[in-house]
Design a protein around this ligand. Structure first.
Ligand SMILES: [Zn+2]
Length: 386
């Protein structure tokens, strides 16, 4: 496949890319001439960037609406509250088989241009090739909710895996103390990736390989987020959406609110969803260089702005093309003529009224889910043609 005339984020020089065997094979400043049978896409004023890496989600929880109606001191308080207050709502969503819920969670990510998601929880165990569902970490829920967490943390058979754990999700002393507990009990000196870290101090951050920042979820529960502007000097910062239980479905909305907080520079925030995440999870993507996996997104510019202003103004409706390991997973109707031969395997949807083709039968999946839950919580901006 050849992609001609796209501009990387923060550059005015268009580039041209050749993809083969799922990898970026060539990057050139002059247009690449396609050999006969090679798929060849020409863009005009498109932005290209690596497929986003969402470092925290619970794929099977994305049919829940946001649950909670006040602020909480910590996640255990919130957890107790929602199980008491929203018992019927929770039961209704859990009636939908977990496979269907997880498949929707994958689409939720793909529709935002995410090509790798780090799923927290039980391994899905189902093969999926639409995006990378990364499960090579050792998920321990949290100090508060995981039974026998000390034993699990010190399981020598899992020593080679990074520990992926919610930590310090609260504003009280208990939340700060649980981080010290985790550090103290990390006897095998395992690599720790801490999710949320709202209560984390700079000295605690030194003990973590990375912290996954989920600002929207934090503001919803606690009206406070992690001290990312300080923690960034002590650990690697990644970015996560968490599930729709505590945040909106659209990752671009998350990035926009994160940018507004000004806790990271535009470039630092960009790195949290690309190169920082690729390094922490040891992935061969997150950048546009030769031999990297061809996980790439092309969008149109939705505003007159340039550079990072243009990048952070993107919405899912602007996505023109999502490529995962060299294969097209989503494309805009604008490319239909150039891609008419691959259309069969794709289904048609609208995002905010803009027509997209996504691989697989998304309308069928939504219909299957509605058999179990007629009012399932799909985003209002996603519609299916009659
Ligand atoms: Zn979570």
């Amino acid at each position: 496949m050849i992609i001609n005339n796209v501009k990387p984020v923060n550059s005015n020089q268009p580039i041209n890319i050749k993809i083969s065997d799922g990898k970026i094979a060539e990057i050139s400043s002059s247009p690449i001439i396609a050999e006969n049978e090679v798929l060849h896409l020409e863009f005009n004023n498109g932005i290209i960037f690596p497929g986003l890496i969402n470092s925290h989600d619970h794929l099977d929880f994305n049919l829940f609406p946001q649950l909670g109606s006040q602020l909480y001191n910590n996640y255990t308080e919130w957890g107790k509250y929602i199980h008491e207050r929203y018992k019927p709502e929770i039961a209704e969503v859990l009636k939908i088989p977990v496979e269907l819920r997880s498949k929707w969670g994958i689409y939720k990510n793909l529709l935002c241009g995410v090509t790798t998601v780090i799923n927290h929880g039980e391994k899905l165990g189902t093969a999926n090739d639409l995006i990378n569902v990364f499960e090579d970490s050792h998920c321990i829920h949290s100090v508060g909710f995981e039974k026998r967490w000390k034993l699990k943390l010190n399981n020598p058979l899992k020593k080679h895996l990074p520990v992926n754990i919610h930590v310090g999700e609260g504003v009280d002393l208990q939340s700060k103390n649980e981080i010290w507990q985790l550090i103290k009990w990390n006897i095998l000196n395992r690599k720790l990736v801490g999710v949320h870290a709202v209560a984390m101090t700079e000295s605690q951050a030194e003990e973590f390989e990375a912290v996954v920042w989920c600002p929207q979820s934090n503001y919803f529960l606690l009206n406070k987020t992690a001290l990312i502007n300080l923690l960034k000097d002590h650990t690697n910062i990644l970015f996560g959406t968490d599930s729709t239980l505590t945040s909106e479905w659209d990752m671009w909305g998350h990035l926009q609110s994160a940018r507004k907080s000004r806790l990271l520079t535009d470039n630092e925030l960009y790195n949290t969803v690309t190169i920082n995440a690729a390094q922490t999870w040891r992935l061969n993507n997150g950048g546009i260089t030769q031999d990297k996996d061809a996980d790439l997104v092309v969008t149109q510019k939705s505003s007159n702005s340039d550079g990072f202003d243009a990048f952070y103004a993107i919405t899912p409706a602007d996505l023109l093309l999502v490529i995962h390991q060299g294969e097209i997973r989503l494309f805009d109707e604008e490319l239909l003529e150039q891609l008419s031969n691959i259309k069969e395997d794709f289904s048609k949807i609208y995002i905010n009224g803009v027509c997209k083709y996504v691989q697989g039968n998304l309308p069928g999946l939504m219909a299957d889910i509605r058999k179990y839950h007629p009012n399932a919580n799909f985003p209002k901006s996603i519609t299916i043609p009659d």
